[in-house]
Design a protein around this ligand. Structure first.
Ligand SMILES: Cc1cc2nc3c(=O)[nH]c(=O)nc-3n(C[C@H](O)[C@H](O)[C@H](O)COP(=O)(O)OP(=O)(O)OC[C@H]3O[C@@H](n4cnc5c(N)ncnc54)[C@H](O)[C@@H]3O)c2cc1C
Length: 387
């Protein structure tokens, strides 16, 4: 049993760590509070090839293994979780196009997406349907060699930068719901496509999250992902597995940042003539945080390595995402307690971690839904735990 990163992964992590320490951490507090888009950071991530994480090498991407993929999200989220959003749903959509796209779709999109010359995202959620994706109302009606698409999508990260934007639609209302759904790679320049507003958010700032309106948008049939109707739900569910590894890794990064801030502060802050790190009550908090974070990290990289073996990982990714996000929520609150009043200050990093952590318990499927996925997988006998 080997719990170590291999040499390539270790070198990659060092590069990422240096990038985050130098380029993200010094500006994160100020840029996040001002609502500034992290353009310079995005440009550097492009130069590092991070927009090509899930794009195969033959299209100019990194074709990264899932462990390296998780390392990227852990490290960036350690610096500023919102910035990880610029490559999160982008990577998921690239993975879907690489896995399910036609040759023509791969050639048309992947090389540009790998360099970040064009970017993407994923539009699943609607005002009336998030968890219940089969309840979406966005319709795509065939009209000659086009689909006419009408509907509203909400909470769409990267919506202002996505080209194309993969949109989950209903191509049939007579088939059972899961068979009547497809993904269309929508050109944002098409008439009737619009980003109607940016949604105000508790955290996850830097990256935009928007409402998108499709009002009779004519989408050529060759933009149907994979070229066959009715496969959308299956394509999306596969993508969400790697999306959950991404979220789990971000949660580990946020929790690590909370711990780093807490132990640093505890060593420096004096009370009653000694560093607060010498108080047993503070030590117990640090011990709990460190133990839980390391457990979350191991679960996340276990799920990632299982995905690298090529198997479906609904249960593993669900466990990692559920556990790591709960650990991030708790770690950010405990770090705030250790910081006392300064934990509530916008001049310290902890209040941002406390605002960013809850998203990981919601995004890519809520934690209650992850628990149901895990339970169903075990009860059905499809999976078991243990060696
Ligand atoms: C900042 C942010 C960014 C996002 N980015 C994107 C994006 O880029 N693309 C995208 O498509 N979506 C995105 N989302 C949407 C996100 O994926 C959804 O919010 C999430 O899937 C939950 O859906 P919902 O909000 O509609 O909640 P609902 O589905 O309405 O759930 C509400 C509550 O009901 C519970 N619930 C629902 N169904 C069940 C059930 N069967 N059993 C038990 N409990 C249940 C849930 O656990 C939850 O507690 C984003 C959301 C946020 C907040």
């Amino acid at each position: 049993m080997d719990f170590q990163l291999n040499d390539d992964q270790r070198a990659f992590r060092e590069t990422l760590r240096a990038f985050v320490d130098k380029e993200i951490m010094p500006v994160a507090i100020e840029w996040e509070h001002s609502g500034r888009y992290p353009t310079e950071i995005v440009d550097k991530m492009k130069a590092m090839g991070l927009f090509g994480l899930t794009v195969p090498e033959e299209y100019g991407g990194l074709g990264a293994d899932m462990v390296s993929f998780a390392l990227v999200f852990e490290e960036i989220a350690r610096g500023w979780m919102g910035v990880a959003g610029t490559i999160g749903s982008h990577s998921l959509a690239c993975w879907m196009i690489a896995r399910h796209g036609t040759e023509e779709q791969k050639s048309r999109h992947l090389a540009d997406l790998a360099t970040g010359a064009r970017r993407t995202g994923i539009a699943l959620t609607e005002p009336g349907a998030g968890t219940d994706l089969q309840g979406i109302q966005t319709r795509a009606v065939r009209d000659g060699d086009h689909y006419v698409v009408t509907g509203t999508k909400t909470w769409i990260t990267n919506a202002r930068h996505a080209d194309p934007l993969p949109v989950l639609v209903k191509t049939s209302v007579t088939e059972p719901a899961h068979k009547g759904m497809s993904v269309l790679l929508v050109d944002p320049a098409a008439e009737g496509f619009g980003v109607s507003r940016d949604l105000p958010k508790l955290g996850y700032k830097g990256t935009e999250t928007c409402e998108v309106v499709l009002d009779g948008v004519r989408v050529p049939v060759d933009a149907l992902l994979g070229g066959v109707e009715g496969r959308g739900m299956q394509q999306v569910l596969g993508g969400l597995e790697i999306g959950r590894i991404n979220i789990a890794a971000r949660a580990v990064g946020v929790a690590q940042a909370a711990y780093d801030a807490a132990i640093g502060y505890a060593r420096e802050r004096n009370a009653f003539g000694q560093p607060i790190a010498d108080f047993q009550a503070v030590q117990l908090k640090l011990a709990d945080m460190a133990t839980e974070i390391q457990a979350a990290r191991l679960l996340t990289y276990w799920a990632a390595s299982q995905a690298d073996s090529g198997k479906r990982v609904d249960m593993e990714a669900g466990m990692a995402k559920y556990f790591a996000s709960e650990v991030a929520l708790k770690a950010s609150l405990e770090s705030m307690r250790i910081h006392g009043g300064y934990g509530y200050s916008q001049e310290f990093v902890v209040e941002r971690l406390y605002r960013d952590a809850p998203l990981m318990a919601i995004g890519e499927g809520t934690n209650d839904v992850q628990r149901l996925v895990i339970a169903r997988s075990l009860v059905s006998g499809k999976n078991h735990i243990g060696w």
